[in-house]
Design a protein around this ligand. Structure first.
Ligand SMILES: Cc1ncc(COP(=O)(O)O)c(C=O)c1O
Length: 400
């Protein structure tokens, strides 16, 4: 395919305003090395290294066998939306029903739909930094402007009400919170979240609360969900969740949002003209996952607990790395700025390149998440690979 040299293809603002995920650059290089047969320890993946639980996968197979392979309601089947609602009602004593739930092809799709439905040209959306890579670009795509609320290192990068409030202007339309956070693992404390919800409600702002990693919280910390205040502030609180991480179902593409029925109808309209329903097969599997027990999820959780307990002290033993114990998710976010200025390393990107070249270890540069002094390491990989990767890092960094 010839590449254009005349610059004759014209694109819209929507495309030119957004970036290809910067996490991809290092990951693509790592993939190229692997394709050449080179053994790379890959700490990049944002997905569980476990299989989808067997009974869940079986439910998907049975859906195919019985011919449940056609279009469904564009917002998801009644059975799945009821299962989502029931799970929330049971946990938070809410009274949500099918009209409060939309299911789509990943939580990412619902976040995207929400930005398209709620954010207009010039609207500002407050996002705590470090942030998940897609939040700012989704806001920009919709014509809005991301405003970053930088979390305080002294507060272990946990977002606070003050950080959010500081970002407010007349143009603030809403905020996006992610707890536990990708990439830091930081969780938001219940009292901070409560203040943020009330503050958003008082200014008619929306609060999108992304709890994709809700199941993975450690050291006896408890997950605070904005769902707790849904009944009180139904026009404000919007919760987005996903089957991807909790049930190791990244490839099935199933996520959902819980919100006011008018918001659900609005984003349902968008979805009905874009992808329509998420895969019918994935929907059946998801009902099984949500209704069944969490035994297999617990096993994954225990594995993450063990890996995290080994990984954080091991990284801290490497001279020059400082790594906080993250509250949740399956990432650690060590600070690596002490290496800047050595051997051509200037920032998180060049640090990641050095590790890939010298140690054959792939990490994601923190710049991608709005914090250039850090890198993200995923421990959704085996203990053996963690040992190998950290040993390689140590050897390569000692040379600096
Ligand atoms: C914070 C966060 N939100 C949402 C998603 C989207 O997940 P999915 O589209 O697979 O449901 C991800 C995936 O990496 C994520 O890290």
């Amino acid at each position: 395919m010839p590449t254009t040299t005349k610059g004759s293809i014209r694109f819209t603002r929507r495309v030119t305003d957004i970036e290809v995920s910067p996490t991809l650059a290092v990951m693509n290089r790592a993939a190229d090395l692997v394709a050449q047969g080179i053994d790379v320890v890959d700490f990049g993946p944002g997905e569980p290294d476990f299989q989808t639980p067997r009974r869940v996968a079986e439910a998907g197979k049975q859906a195919i066998d019985r011919g449940f392979t056609k279009y469904t309601n564009a917002l998801g089947t009644r059975a799945l939306r009821e299962a989502v609602a029931a799970r929330y009602n049971q946990r938070y004593r809410t009274n949500v029903g099918v009209e409060n739930v939309i299911c789509g092809s990943g939580g990412k799709q619902e976040l995207f739909n929400l930005m398209l439905a709620l954010v207009g040209e010039g609207d500002e959306v407050i996002i705590p930094a470090p942030y998940w890579v897609s939040f700012p670009d989704q806001v920009a795509f919709a014509g809005g402007k991301p405003v970053y609320a930088h979390a305080d290192v002294a507060n272990r990068l946990r977002p606070r009400f003050e950080d959010i409030e500081r970002g407010a202007t007349k143009r603030t339309r809403g905020g996006i919170l992610n707890s536990p956070c990708n990439p830091t693992g930081a969780i938001i404390r219940e009292e901070e979240l409560h203040r943020i919800v009330e503050w958003c409600a008082a200014r008619d702002a929306f609060l999108v609360f992304d709890e994709t990693y809700e199941f993975f919280i450690y050291d006896g910390n408890r997950h605070a969900s904005a769902m707790r205040w849904f009944e009180e502030f139904p026009e404000t609180v919007i919760v987005v969740n996903s089957m991807s991480k909790t049930f190791a179902m990244t490839g099935w593409r199933l996520g959902y949002a819980v919100a006011h029925p008018e918001i659900i109808s609005a984003i349902g309209k968008i979805q009905s003209h874009s992808t329509s329903n998420p895969s019918s097969i994935a929907q059946v599997a998801s009902v099984e996952a949500l209704r069944g027990g969490d035994d297999e999820v617990r096993k994954m959780y225990e594995a993450y607990v063990e890996r995290r307990a080994w990984l954080v002290p091991a990284l801290n033993r490497v001279d020059g790395i400082h790594c906080e114990l993250p509250d949740g998710a399956f990432y650690v976010f060590p600070e690596v700025k002490s290496f800047f200025g050595r051997a051509g390393i200037r920032d998180s990107q060049t640090f990641a390149n050095y590790l890939l070249d010298e140690a054959r270890v792939a990490v994601v540069p923190g710049g991608a998440f709005g914090s250039d002094d850090y890198v993200r390491i995923s421990y959704a990989t085996s203990m053996e690979r963690l040992h190998e990767g950290v040993a390689r890092m140590e050897r390569a960094l000692q040379k600096l």
